[in-house]
Design a binder for this molecule. Sequence first.
Ligand code: PLP
Ligand code: ZN
Length: 422
Amino acid sequence: MTGYVLKCLVCDREFPDTYTLTCPYGCQGLIRTRYAAKQIILRDEPGVFKYSDWLPVTGSIPTMAGPVCYKSKSLAYNLGLSDLWIVFSGYWPEKGAFAVSGSFKEFEAFPTMQRIAGKTKRVILVSSAGNTGRAFAEVSAQTGQPVIIVVPESARDRIFTTTPADDVMLITISGDYTDAIILGNRICSLPGVFPEGGAKNVARRDGMGTVMLAGTLAMGTIPDWYLQAVGSGTGGIAAYEASLRLIADGRFGSKMPRLLLFQNEPFIPIARAWQEGRREIKDADMPNAINSISQVYSEVLTNREPPYGITGGVYDTLMATKGIMGSVSSKNAREAGNLFYSCEGIDPDPAAAVCVAGLIQTLRSGIINQDEKILLNITGGGYEMGEKELPRYVKRPDMLVTKMTPFEEIVTAVQKWMKTYA
Ligand SMILES: *Cc1c(COP(=O)(O)O)cnc(C)c1O
Ligand SMILES: [Zn+2]
């Protein structure tokens, strides 16, 4: 007996967790967890598994990685805010933040890997622009669970771990994040390989949702605003779903936080579609995609196929939270990142800098009042300290491919690797 069931957001039917990404009755929307625990009781664990009441897991993996929330003094003062809270995901020992891979992707990777541990012989595959791949590589290195990771060649130096990642097969492809996703999908058609599923994976969403949980528990109440930089928007969906649970819990207030999500110009497909009130993202929302992706400050925000229009996805989430989609320039993001660093004393991931720039921009426009309770999701950071203090094993790619590499060659290599490791 586990403490949760899955529920389809299209047909409303509930079913036990068979590690599926979709409704067993064939619906196209997202599925969501429903937990037996209406009120969350924190477990006696140092990291993300303290929130296991609201994670689709059956045990835990020992880790200190978890979101850390504190009330900002310096940045708040600088921006004239009285109730600004920072939830930090990354490496910052002084604050108790031990996501050694540096981003909130680690809070997705741990529950995802625990959920499947011992339950399937198949191997999970992750396509990533860098942070997700590094997070899954780290969990694999710590647990010995096999993972196949596909990243664009430009991200190859970003796959490193604190202990050797011997059970990771790393494939790099010349191209961008989308090329990695396309190749990853093809490899998932092989028997024995399955996709981690991104937003469709409830363990990923509820893992990311721990950011809202950590924030609310630190603040005592649900915030008025939740701010995050998004590429897929999965973190936004997760924050909304966590808020639904927190409201149902009854102890933290009843007002749904408004989501304020940001993309990095010039690649802003979600912002474009949302501003025009459309449920679909069109090609016209990403003109000169390859070129605009090459110009952003934060590459992790360049997802060309976000879970936007799907039932339960970003569009529905923005509707349900009276959300706002903004976009910021790379120049503003860089400056905001510097401001954050000088105020708070830790280097933010470029995506987190985008979020800080978004906060500044929104304050200027008068949408946020200065005394509102703001939860600023600093989705990654602390790389400088991590580089100094943590062991670093850069994963050597097992295979370097281009778009011209015959797929059969890749198949042979993957199958050979699976025989040895999985
Ligand atoms: C992936 C990532 C994001 C964007 O997250 P989504 O919710 O999936 O769009 C933001 N910041 C960092 C540091 C990330 O790694
Ligand atoms: Zn269904």
